[in-house]
Design a protein around this ligand. Structure first.
Ligand code: F6R
Ligand code: ZN
Length: 197
C-alpha cells in the first residue's frame, strides 16, 4: 500500500508538453532574454527580427526552507542554433557559492558546460536522457542542447543555493560550443571570429 500523501509537495508530476511540475508556474526564457549571450551578434540580431523563439522553460518546486531542505526544478531546453552556436541556458553561479547541484537528464541530448570560479577551468560534460551530472560548488553551469529534440532535466539543489547571474551576464563563459562540420566543437570565446567563424 502506498503511503497516503499528506502534503502536495511530496509528489510532483512532470508535464513535458507544458514544462510544468504539478501546480507550479512555468518561467519562460525567450531569445530576447539572452541579449548579449551568443557569440555571433549579427546572427542573433537577424534571428530576433524573424522570431523571438522560446529557448527554454523552468518550473520549480520549493517544498520548505531551512537546514537540510532541498528545492528542484524541471528545465526544458529547445533545440536550435544562433549562427553555429547551439541553444543554451543563461548559466549561473549559486549565490551560496558552496552549494552543489545534481542534474538528472530525462530526455534529449546535449552537454553541460562547467566553469570553476577561481581556476577558470572549463569542463564539458555529456548530458542527456539517463545521464546524471554532479555540479560542484563554486562552479558556473550552463546546459546546451546539441540534439534535435527538447533536452529535459531536473536540477536538485539546497533550498538556499540562489542564482547569481551577474558574473555570467557580464563576461559570459570562456568557452563556446559550436557546430563545426556537423560536430559539436568547444572553442575559446576569444578565438571567435579569428578565422571567419
Ligand atoms: C538551478 C539550476 C537549473 C537552471 C535551469 C535554467 O540552480 O541550475 O534549474 O535554473 O537550467 O538555467 P538558468 O537558471 O541558468 O537560466
Ligand atoms: Zn544551478
Amino acid at each position: 500500500m502506498p503511503l497516503p500523501i499528506q502534503d502536495a509537495t511530496l509528489l510532483t508530476a512532470i508535464n513535458f508538453e507544458t514544462g510544468a511540475l504539478s501546480g507550479q508556474v512555468v518561467q519562460k526564457r525567450y531569445l530576447s532574454d539572452l541579449r548579449g549571450y551568443f557569440a555571433d551578434e549579427a546572427a542573433y540580431a537577424e534571428a530576433l527580427t524573424h522570431n523571438d523563439v522560446l529557448l527554454y522553460t523552468v518550473s520549480s518546486v520549493e517544498p520548505a526552507e531551512g537546514d537540510g531542505q532541498m528545492h528542484y526544478g524541471l528545465g526544458i531546453l529547445h533545440p536550435g542554433k544562433i549562427g553555429p552556436e547551439y541553444f543554451f541556458t543563461k548559466g549561473h553561479f549559486h549565490t551560496q557559492r558552496e552549494a552543489a547541484e545534481v542534474y538528472v537528464g530525462l530526455r534529449g541530448e546535449g552537454f553541460m558546460l562547467l566553469e570553476h570560479e577561481r581556476t577558470q577551468e572549463s569542463t564539458l560534460v555529456a548530458f542527456g536522457a539517463n545521464q546524471i551530472v554532479y555540479v560542484p560548488g563554486y562552479t558556473a553551469h550552463r546546459t546546451i542542447n546539441t540534439g534535435t529534440q527538447p533536452l529535459a532535466y531536473l536540477g536538485i539543489y539546497p533550498w538556499n543555493a540562489g542564482h547569481d547571474y551577474g558574473a555570467i551576464a557580464d563576461r559570459n563563459f570562456l568557452k563556446i560550443l559550436i557546430e563545426h562540420e556537423g560536430q559539436p566543437v568547444l572553442l575559446d570565446r576569444d578565438r571567435w571570429g579569428d578565422d571567419g567563424e
